[in-house]
Ligand binder design. Sequence first.
Ligand SMILES: NC(=O)c1ccc[n+]([C@@H]2O[C@H](COP(=O)([O-])OP(=O)(O)OC[C@H]3O[C@@H](n4cnc5c(N)ncnc54)[C@H](OP(=O)(O)O)[C@@H]3O)[C@@H](O)[C@H]2O)c1
Length: 249
Amino acid sequence: MKEQSRIAVVTGSNRGLGYAIAKKLGQRQEVQVVLTSRDEASGRAAHEKLAQEGVSADYHSLDVNSDQSVETFTQWLSQTYGKVDILINNAGVNPTGQIEESSVLTVKLETMLSTFTTNVLAVARISQALIPLMKEQNYGRIVNVSTEMASLTITPNDYYPLAPSYRLSKLGLNGLTVLLAKELQGTNILVNAYSPGWMQTDMGGENAPFTAEEGAETAVYLATLPDGEAQGKFFAEMRKSGDAITLNW
Ligand SMILES: NC(=O)c1ccc[n+]([C@@H]2O[C@H](COP(=O)([O-])OP(=O)(O)OC[C@H]3O[C@@H](n4cnc5c(N)ncnc54)[C@H](OP(=O)(O)O)[C@@H]3O)[C@@H](O)[C@H]2O)c1
């Protein structure tokens, strides 16, 4: 473990944006990253790849949809580090490829529920587990990975299938961000959401204009915010402006 480290947990960091965030955070001198995944084999492979890329991280399995897994993980974290400073809620699912997702009138309600389960309820679950540890130190930076597709004010109308399951789930995540921030007002635990933009990952596909590394930039910015900075805000990806800019919810 690095000296005087900030302990950073990144959910779903075996691939895609999560891996890129783990790498960028882990490259910082003061951050000790814990790479996590629900599938142990792919998580360990990603951990090994990170090491080959010069980043010394830790690894533990974590299925954000499982009470048991989150409990085991939290106990391990407590025993190993005695604290957690940064939580990146990156793990997510997107069923938008399904034809039913083109309309609210055809979307399958069970798909809405399963998408909501991972993209919203799991974030509530891990927040309930880890925020008490953050409160012990009165320090925390929580970054919820959302999408501008879920903004109620800038909702662009040129998106491919309407994507009700995905968009409504991220709307729920945005709401959770605001409520948590309200509850944590006055503490040094800052919770914000951001939109990483359309990226070349398994979810985004190869036609996306940006890399996961580019999408990771704002996550690192929000994970390392100085005390007293943004609380309960929704950020755009920084590459658009070269600086941190907030979006309307
Ligand atoms: N790609 C884009 O263009 C884009 C745009 C805006 C926002 N986002 C958001 O960015 C985040 C990452 O997306 P991505 O593009 O990197 O997607 P991805 O390539 O599909 O990766 C999703 C990650 O989430 C993990 N995951 C899913 N369910 C999980 C669970 N129950 N427990 C633990 N991990 C779980 C996956 O693990 P497995 O490998 O086990 O499946 C995988 O590591 C998501 O929240 C997504 O909504 C992406």
